[in-house]
Design a protein around this ligand. Structure first.
Ligand code: R7I
Ligand code: MG
Ligand code: MG
Length: 345
């Protein structure tokens, strides 16, 4: 398999790629595969001079996470919150969720003492269940061997509902496992995620949120069981994936979906070009689901990049994406930090 460094670089670069390439179809309900392939193939056509595909809030916030973890050599909630607020004030037009903007404005206040409070005030005090915490969770898995706890705290700066931050925990766990090569055994991979999330969703707060929001008991586990069922099926239509897992802006409707995209694309598929490797298949398939395409492709990209390594990403794709080179440089730095942390120095 790829080296550890190649996996780190692949994770961060493919996340940016998913965001930049996926932006084309965000919010589109039906995306025919031929439109996806036309878009993706145009990245390779240098004569067309595509220029640069801009990244959105997904990458903007993930970069803040990365910079904060690197600068502080660990998790510092005040520093991270300040970076989110500053980034938003500099570039407010990156397509942020309509609710989270209020949090980012409050986080800019110099009088704020509890950096977690603005997130708690969202949606009548229930907190957001959007996927904004999960979309920026991958870097935690590149900084800490025990990513889950820090991914949760990092998500809670904007998403205080358990259906939001538990999505970030799941995404960080998926990237963590992929970095270890765990996707070589897909059944073990999904079973491990299910048993980890059993634990994560067993606390009183998670149980209560699921009840109030009329979701199944342990909602992420419930979706992961559906992922496992879909994995075992020979033919799965896009409609079935959307109706079983969702393609929306809620973490519950997008994180398990992204994980499924990676698993489904581990092998060649008849509706995807034969010359595509697994990483290209994953990105293309994520876009074909429609809905929150930039975020689903970003999360699937991070997991797939950790599995296949940076060499699996086509150079022309990287060249089209704003922020991809920075991500590559930062992944190398995170790789060093990770090994310092795991040695306890
Ligand atoms: O989660 P968030 O940062 O948005 C991320 C998404 C990604 O797709 C990005 O690419 C970008 O497009 O936005 O932002 P939030 O505003 O916290 O949540 C997103 C949306 O989810 C909100 O604007 C609401 O529409 C919805 N939502 C809720 N609706 C009702 N009640 C989130 N939580 C709630 C809720 O509790
Ligand atoms: Mg976005
Ligand atoms: Mg999105």
């Amino acid at each position: 398999g790829p080296t550890s460094l190649s996996r780190f670089r692949g994770a961060l670069v493919a996340a940016v790629l998913g965001d930049c390439v996926g932006g084309e179809f965000e919010g589109v309900e039906e995306v025919p595969m031929e439109n996806v392939l036309r878009h993706v193939n145009s990245l390779e056509d240098e004569t067309k001079g595509n220029g640069i595909l801009e990244y959105s809030d997904d990458t903007a916030m993930a970069s803040c996470v990365v910079q904060s973890l690197l600068t502080r050599a660990g998790f510092d909630e005040h520093d991270m919150a300040r970076r989110f607020a500053k980034e938003y004030s500099i570039s407010p037009g990156r397509g942020y969720g309509s609710g989270v903007i209020q949090v980012l404005k409050k986080l800019a206040s110099p009088h704020l003492t509890d950096v977690y409070q603005p997130a708690r005030d969202q949606f009548n005090g229930r907190g957001s269940f959007g996927n904004g915490g999960a979309m920026r969770a991958a870097p935690f898995a590149l900084a800490f061997p025990d990513a889950a706890n820090f991914a949760r705290l990092g998500a809670m700066l904007t998403h205080s509902c358990s259906l939001g931050y538990n999505g970030a925990v799941l995404q960080a766990l998926a990237v963590h496992l992929a970095l270890q090569g765990a996707l070589d055994l897909p059944q073990t991979f999904i079973n491990t995620l299910i048993s980890e999330m059993e634990e994560v969703e067993s606390d009183e707060v998670s149980r209560n949120d699921a009840r109030i929001l009329k979701e199944a008991e342990k909602p992420f586990c419930n979706r992961l069981h559906r992922v496992r069922d879909l994995m075992d099926m020979d033919k799965v239509t896009i409609e079935e994936v959307i109706s079983e897992l969702g393609n929306g802006i809620a973490a519950l409707q997008s994180v398990p979906t992204a994980i499924f995209c990676v698993l489904h694309c581990l092998q060649p598929r008849q509706y995807l070009p034969e010359n595509y490797g697994g990483l290209e298949r994953t990105i293309a398939y994520s876009l074909a689901l429609g809905g929150d395409t930039d975020t689903i492709a970003c999360m699937a990209g991070a997991i797939a990049g950790a599995h296949y390594g940076v060499e699996a990403i086509p150079q022309p794709w990287i060249r089209c994406c704003e922020g991809a080179d920075d991500a590559d440089v930062n992944a190398k730095r995170l790789h060093i930090l990770y090994h310092q942390v795991s040695q306890g120095s």
